[in-house]
Write a protein that binds this ligand. Structure first.
Ligand code: SAH
Ligand code: SF4
Ligand code: F3S
Length: 477
């Protein structure tokens, strides 16, 4: 039954290539007539792992499936189609996906028509697809990050021809403009401003799984934002692996600063952006953020390490001094700015002294929040070939020490909000107590507060009564 020759398998060597070829912008998405209702009477369950880019892709996948007349359900047990939209950034996240897929396999015994699909960044990896082909025969469909728009055809093939279908393109990537979208949020939305990444940090798989850095045209971004505003959205997060490089590939000089300014002039109360790369973060960008009240005073500014030699080996393109200079400039210009960061411990051959410098940097910056990871080798990346003299137990111990320190700063930062009045965008009500709501402050702090007369999507003033390590408690005033 299977036609293995039709498969398009991932290729990391091809995925790594970058040319100067102009990016193609495709606006031709349409569902072929004979596929229009292949989902009628069928239900799909979608689980997304990883970053916001993947979340946003999930919204397009759901949008396409609903146009095919599938209905979304909230548990795999109810579904006729189970889709895992996956992340490849660290091995432990991948192991979880593989484990879960194995665990759900038995549902096929109850529903023989049940189909499994895997997409997202893991689908772009040679070793993962190889493993699935050999050991997880219940996965019916694999598609990658570059061909979400091909989902109708691929599903049709898998469903109608009862054929295992694998199509993954390892290419630099196009920009696909008019995919359907089912927004999962009611008042907060993601907007891609660029795709891919050209930084090639030596540990990171993203440039291979997502292709080359390619920015959307300003008009296309603004059009999406105008629709969101008309639909009543209150917060927009501009997305890219490296938003500060927005527009470089389009030949724009001040791309991200100008884009933020255009968005800030729209009638939208809250604008956020992620992820920032310190290398491309210019003073002009900081000045624009400082100038507009609706650009939120919160930076996710990954540092990765507090040692300049290590940063060089990681391919990060900035020194600790340059990072601190940017950090200080942001702090000086943007009042009450909060910061989060990403840090990797146990990169190959990280010395005790280098790790100590990371701890010192954490003490210098006193981040509001830090995402800390043990280095995970990713096949195909330069770091994966490096010899490593740091035992895993040592890495675990470093992670514990780092987390103990980042927690102390997070608590202290939260404590400073005690007694203050903050603006909170209401996300929802507590399941247990109808008088307790939650939402985020401008600085991206999660607040649980008491109130009686608020709606999801309102922006309300809350007095903070108690600070905990990760949340603030308060009451609406
Ligand atoms: N584009 C963003 C982040 C992408 S991945 C940026 O450049 O900051 C999110 C985080 O995962 C990274 O910041 C890094 O800290 C971590 N990460 C990436 N690859 C990793 C690896 N191989 N092992 C451990 N952590 C990794
Ligand atoms: Fe990965 Fe570096 Fe690109 Fe971020 S900037 S996605 S860490 S290669
Ligand atoms: Fe993961 Fe891919 Fe995002 S590897 S972090 S889902 S770009």
């Amino acid at each position: 039954m299977k036609k293995e020759n039709n498969w398009n398998l991932p290729n990391l060597k091809l995925a790594q290539m970058r040319t100067k070829d102009k990016v193609k912008v495709e606006k031709t998405f349409a569902i072929p007539e004979n596929m229009m209702n292949i989902g009628a009477g069928r239900k799909f369950y979608l689980r997304t792992y990883g970053c916001q880019a993947n979340e946003r892709d999930g919204e397009s996948i759901a949008g396409i499936l609903e146009q095919l007349e599938f209905t979304q359900v909230q548990t795999p047990q109810e579904a006729d189609l189970i889709i895992f939209n996956t992340c490849a950034v660290r091995k432990n996240a991948e192991d979880k996906v593989i484990g879960e897929l194995g665990h759900l396999k038995k549902l096929k015994l109850i529903n023989p028509d049940l189909m499994f699909a895997l997409c997202g960044c893991m689908a772009q990896e040679e070793d993962v697809v190889d493993l699935i082909i050999k050991k997880h025969r219940h996965i019916d469909l694999i598609f990658g990050t570059h061909n979400i728009h091909r989902l109708p055809e691929l599903l049709y093939n898998a469903m109608m021809n009862k054929e295992r279908t694998i199509e993954v393109f390892s290419k630099e990537g196009d920009v696909i403009e008019n995919l359907p979208v089912k927004r999962f949020g009611t008042h907060k939305a993601w907007v891609n401003i660029m795709y891919g990444c050209d930084k090639f940090c030596t540990y990171c798989i993203v440039p291979y799984t997502r292709g080359k850095e390619r920015s959307r045209e300003l008009e296309d971004i603004m059009q999406e934002i105008h629709v969101l505003i008309a639909e009543g959205f209150k917060e927009i997060t501009l997305l890219g692996q490296n938003v500060n490089a927005y527009g470089k590939d389009l030949g724009l000089e001040n791309g991200f600063a100008d884009l933020m300014e255009s968005v800030a002039k729209c009638d939208i109360p809250r604008i956020r952006f992620t992820t920032s790369h310190p290398y491309d973060f210019t003073k002009e960008m900081v000045d624009v953020i400082a100038k507009y009240d609706n650009i939120m005073p919160f930076m996710h500014l990954p540092v990765q390490s507090g040692d300049s030699d290590m940063l060089k080996i990681m391919g990060r393109r900035y020194s600790v001094e340059q990072y601190k200079e940017l950090f200080d400039y942001i702090n000086e210009k943007i009042k009450n700015c909060s910061f989060s960061t990403d840090i990797i411990v146990g990169f190959p051959n990280e010395s005790k002294e280098q790790f100590q410098r990371t701890l010192d940097l954490v003490d210098y910056c006193k981040f509001d929040n830090a995402f800390t990871f043990i280095y995970s080798p990713r096949e195909g990346t330069p770091a994966a070939k490096m010899e490593d003299n740091v035992p895993f137990e040592e890495k675990q111990e470093r992670l514990q020490r780092l987390m103990a320190k980042t927690n102390v700063h997070a608590s202290a930062k939260n404590l400073a909000w005690q007694g203050k009045v903050v603006k909170v965008l209401v996300d929802g009500m507590s399941k247990k107590n109808k008088e307790i709501y939650s939402g985020y402050t401008e600085q991206n702090k999660l607040v649980n507060f008491t109130a009686t007369d608020v709606k999801v999507g309102d922006i309300v003033e809350v007095k903070i009564n108690e600070a905990k390590t990760w949340t603030l408690d308060g009451e609406k005033i």
